[in-house]
Design a protein around this ligand. Structure first.
Ligand code: M6R
Length: 606
């Protein structure tokens, strides 16, 4: 959940690292630090609780100069948020920045008699101490011995006092990518931090050691044998990683959706029909499975719920959606007849990754829907479909969600076609409607100020309820998560018909209700349920498909008419509207929209 950076080359490391840490800050933002090997060969550290901007101020007052360094931005796990617990940590001759969790750190403290010697409460300093214990003059041997002792997940960037100008890196699960750039070599937790410096990078394989020098990067396996990196190319424009004139990444990413959905869908329509052959997905995979099980967390799990509604109604296949964090502990039934679909923006969410490994052991086929190329979930799965959303920096997921939905539509369309639920004409009509999504969604985005106005009515609410049925309920679960995480307003999304079984007791005139009505087959029931909350005094904000029409006598807090598509596709324009609603509430509350409290973009702890 932290971000790490490393640079060795001909330029000042401090500047490069501070700039890169600002980009990586979305991975964790409660403290930050850098260590630089000075021209005299000594390693100096600057670190503090707070944001990268606080670290920058510290470095402006008292800079550390040199051309080799490592840096870190932290999301606290072991040890509170304090200057001492910020990384990097130095122990003896070893300086370390760590992302992950060393689960057996207490055993290591005892075994290596570290009780009185540590400066912080972190598991990461323990890793540095164990490395120092094993280090004599052979860094690779010390790293090998250390990783054999560590239990848990780790991405370590390491400097040794007596090897100036060189950074070592090793990882298990937590990611590290490496590039040749800026007159030297760089490493980072993810490629967004390197994209402005280099288009070529490789993902450090697990349990390999990388040695970064000014002139080259060497890669070794655990036996010390040299290995060849598998180079990848950054597949998005560098300005995709910038704010592009918007006040927050979230707004920019919401506004990018028509384009990235187009880029996700268009290459996968062949002869007017959804086709996943270019992704290496054989039709047999879609034809032979007897059931589908999605594993995912948060927003990605909500995308799975939309997928489930589509698959069940159009393909008539049994589909479950499981919280990845519960998957291994609830005896979910998956076997060789199950297609397990792992959905993850980052591809690094540890719960999702572990669920994929568990599913494979149970004999299931695994298919990943992932945004970040080469990410762990993609590598662990038998098949992968990449969403082409480009880097998503805001902690609140928006364009990743709708591109995940786009892939789920493509999968549904292809599956319905190859399994015979759709004939060629139906498959073409389905693909045709999917190709309309960018244009229809754009019409919602063009009216963002209308939604800004509507957002004012929930600005001061303590609680918000959201209600709808079927697909409307599925997207409201996501709309509600969005509102909670960035506005800190308690919000619950309810299947409309379920409210009367208890929760309606909470509805008062102080409880704004957001209702979505886009599904013809449940529209009249949704209106009945809306009347139930209105009778208890609730003001209702209604998002409704424009062709549905409103009863004249009904009164609304506000109404937003959603441009019409086939009912099955209304989730796309409605999702954009709900994202904007949450965004404007957070913005008008003066909150840090992109970096909500307590959260991190990439969740690599269980
Ligand atoms: O990277 P992933 O898609 O696996 O992340 C899953 C969740 O952590 C993520 O969707 C989270 O719920 C977002 N903050 C929601 O906006």
């Amino acid at each position: 959940m932290c971000g790490i950076i490393g640079y060795t080359g001909v330029e000042e490391a401090q500047k490069i690292m501070l700039d890169a840490l600002e980009i990586l800050e979305y991975r964790g933002y409660d403290s930050a630090g850098i260590a630089v090997c000075g021209r005299d060969g000594s390693i100096r550290i600057r670190k503090c609780a707070g944001r990268v901007k606080d670290l920058r101020l510290l470095c402006e007052k008292s800079g550390i100069f040199g051309t080799c360094g490592i840096g870190h931005t932290r999301w606290a796990t072991h040890g509170g948020v304090s200057d001492a617990n910020a990384h990097p940590h130095k122990f003896g001759k070893v300086t370390v920045a760590h992302n992950g969790i060393v689960e057996n750190y207490r055993d290591l403290v005892q075994r290596y008699h570290l009780e009185e010697k540590l400066q912080s409460q972190t598991d990461s300093e323990v890793a540095a101490a164990v490395l120092d214990h094993f280090y004599n003059t052979d860094p690779l041997a010390a790293i090998r011995k250390t990783v054999l002792k560590l239990k848990g997940t780790f991405a370590l960037s390491i400097m040794f006092d007596d090897i100036p100008g060189t950074i070592f890196a090793v990882r298990n699960v937590s990611p590290i990518v490496i590039a040749r750039a800026q007159g030297g070599s760089m490493l980072a937790s993810d490629v967004t931090a390197l994209g402005q410096y280099s288009r070529e990078y490789f993902v450090l394989p697990e349990f390999y050691v990388a040695e970064l020098k000014e002139t080259a990067v060497e890669l070794y396996d655990m036996a010390g044998e040299a290995a060849e990196p598998e180079w990848l190319t950054v597949n998005w424009d560098v300005d995709r990683g910038s704010k592009g004139g918007y006040p927050f990444y979230m707004e920019k990413e919401i506004m990018e959706q028509p384009q990235v959905i187009r880029e996700t869908v268009m290459p996968r329509i062949q002869g007017g029909i959804p086709d996943l052959g270019g992704d290496g997905i054989p039709d047999s995979l879609l034809m032979d499975c007897k059931r589908i099980c999605v594993v995912a967390c948060g927003t990605a799990m909500h995308a799975g719920l939309v997928g489930k509604a589509l698959m069940q109604s159009l393909v008539r296949i049994h589909m479950d959606v499981e919280l990845a964090s519960e998957f291994m502990y609830t005896d979910v039934i998956v076997d060789e007849d199950t297609l397990v679909i792992a959905i993850s923006q980052s591809g690094e969410t540890i719960d999702t990754l572990e669920a994929v490994k568990h599913a494979k052991k149970s004999g299931a086929k695994t298919l990943a829907i992932v945004n970040v190329r080469g990410a762990s979930v993609a590598r662990a799965s038998d098949y992968v479909i990449y969403t082409n959303a480009g880097p998503e920096i805001a902690v609140a997921s928006t364009k990743a969600y709708t591109t995940q939905l786009a892939v789920l539509y493509l999968l549904t369309g292809r599956m319905a076609y190859v399994r015979g639920s759709f004939g060629a004409e139906e498959a073409k009509a389905f693909a045709g409607e999917l190709m309309r999504v960018p244009e229809v969604m754009q019409r919602v985005l063009d009216r963002k100020e209308e939604i800004h106005y509507i957002a004012r009515s929930i600005l001061n609410a303590q609680n918000v309820f959201m209600m709808g049925r079927g697909l409307d309920h599925a997207i409201l679960l996501e709309g509600s998560l969005k509102l909670k995480e960035i506005s800190y307003i308690h919000s619950e999304a309810y299947a409309s018909g379920e409210l009367k079984h208890g929760t309606i007791a909470l509805i008062t005139e102080d409880t704004p209700v957001v209702a979505v009505v886009t599904q013809g087959k449940v529209k009249s029931k949704e209106f009945s349920n809306i009347k139930e909350v209105q009778s208890r005094g609730a003001g209702v904000i209604l998002f409704i498909k424009e062709t549905f029409g409103l009863e004249k006598e009904a009164s609304w807090e506000s109404v937003f008419m959603l441009p019409a598509m086939e009912d099955g596709f209304m989730v796309m324009p409605a999702s954009a509207a709900l994202q904007l609603l949450a965004y404007y509430v957070s913005l008008d509350k003066g909150l840090d929209v992109d970096k909500p409290r307590n959260l991190a973009k990439v969740v690599t702890v269980e």
